[in-house]
Design a protein around this ligand. Structure first.
Ligand code: MG
Length: 383
């Protein structure tokens, strides 16, 4: 869904799953003058959680004007929020996200950026990449050992060297740019830039009559080229006569924030009372979930991941719709080498009362796997 409206034709954005990925782990935010894209990492929906937390926290901490230092502080807050969420069992450990944020104040643009999503400016018809990719291939391009074209198809192109969610001392690139009226700002995830050369992106930005048309054409072109990744695009037309609606003003208009392809309206003040009741209910459920979580964290169980014995902290199944489990490790013990009864029990999850007990059991299975001939060649005598 595109969050632009007749009132806001100067910007538009959209997110598309693409043609290959099972879900969309990108998120984006359009709360003028603040715009951001985030590309979540971690799989199994954890990336989606990370990217959503990042843009929501960015919004909550963003400065009122195009102030790069203030924007960098908001990105640091987003980093802390993603790390904290993983520690609390939301998403999972190791999840992360890129974040590329821009505040547009007339012709002044403040940017803060981490990862390999990008900001570009079409300035007087020429496309300029404003951000540097924090990625392995980005480093190689900067050091002159790889061309930008080779980087686009390099097998390690998705390895990023800086992201939100791992390092509490992460530093964001932050800077301000003076644009001119008529310039066009583009924020995008690598699902666009991995599929389209800069020349093709520039051509769309030069010729599309509106930001909305540019967004639609860029996403269509990325999908035509294969749509290998989630594609998120925001296009903002820079104009000197832009209404400088502060963030409070934007909230009064109920300006939409879009997250992971969905348009989300922020609650109006009249909804606050209802919201308070809802929060009280959530807090009650949350307290029960927290109690269950602290119990679950002391527990452990063994299960099967990709045909191998895996060690989880937590308990199998779910509580109040929440999974209380944290993958500790996938061991090198193949389940196919164990006796069929053990294999069947592992499929359901074998509970033990500590991580140490789980690891002892793994050691026992490892020696069993070393002894046991494969069940496919020798029928087992185990009842
Ligand atoms: Mg991506």
């Amino acid at each position: 869904m595109i969050a632009a409206s007749r009132r806001h034709e100067w910007y538009a954005g959209a997110s598309d799953t693409g043609l290959v990925r099972p879900g969309n782990e990108d998120a984006y935010l359009m709360e003028p003058p603040l715009f951001a894209v985030a590309d979540g990492l971690g799989g199994h929906r954890a990336g989606e959680i990370a990217s959503t937390i990042a843009v929501e926290t960015l919004y909550a901490h963003a400065p009122k004007h195009a102030d790069a230092k203030g924007l960098a502080r908001a990105v640091r807050a987003a980093n802390a929020a993603v790390i904290e969420a993983a520690e609390q069992g939301r998403g999972r450990e190791g999840m992360g996200t890129t974040l590329t944020a821009a505040m547009v104040d007339g012709t002044r643009i403040a940017l803060a950026h981490v990862g390999d999503s990008r900001a570009y400016l079409l300035a007087r018809g020429e496309l300029v990449q404003l951000t540097e990719d924090h990625s392995l291939v980005g480093d190689m391009v900067r050091s002159g050992t790889l061309s930008a074209e080779a980087a686009r198809v390099h097998p390690n192109r998705s390895v990023i060297t800086r992201a939100l969610g791992s390092d509490p001392n992460m530093v964001a690139d932050a800077f301000e740019v003076d644009a001119s009226p008529g310039d066009r700002l583009l924020l995008c995830t690598d699902g666009l830039t991995g599929m389209l050369e800069d020349a093709a992106i520039a051509e769309v930005l030069r010729t599309a009559p509106t930001p909305k048309a540019a967004v639609a054409r860029l996403i269509a072109a990325a999908n035509d080229a294969g749509g290998h990744d989630n594609i998120t695009v925001i296009v903002v037309d820079i104009g000197a006569d832009r209404p400088r609606d502060g963030r409070a003003g934007a909230a009064e208009h109920g300006a939409p924030a879009a997250v992971a392809g969905e348009s989300v309206r922020r609650p109006r003040r009249t909804w606050l009372a209802r919201l308070a009741w809802a929060l009280a209910l959530v807090a009650a459920v949350g307290t029960a979930v927290l109690a269950a979580q602290s119990y679950a964290r002391s527990q452990a169980y063994l299960a099967v991941v990709d045909g191998r014995v895996a060690v989880y902290r937590g308990v199998p199944g779910e509580f109040a719709g929440v999974h209380l489990r944290w993958l500790e490790q996938v061991t090198d013990v193949p389940v196919s080498e164990l006796d069929p009864v053990t294999a069947a029990r592992l499929e359901r999850g074998i509970r033990v009362d500590s991580l140490a007990a789980a690891l002892d059991l793994v050691a026992a299975y490892r020696s069993q796997a070393a002894r046991e001939p494969s069940p496919s060649v020798a029928p087992t005598a185990t009842p």
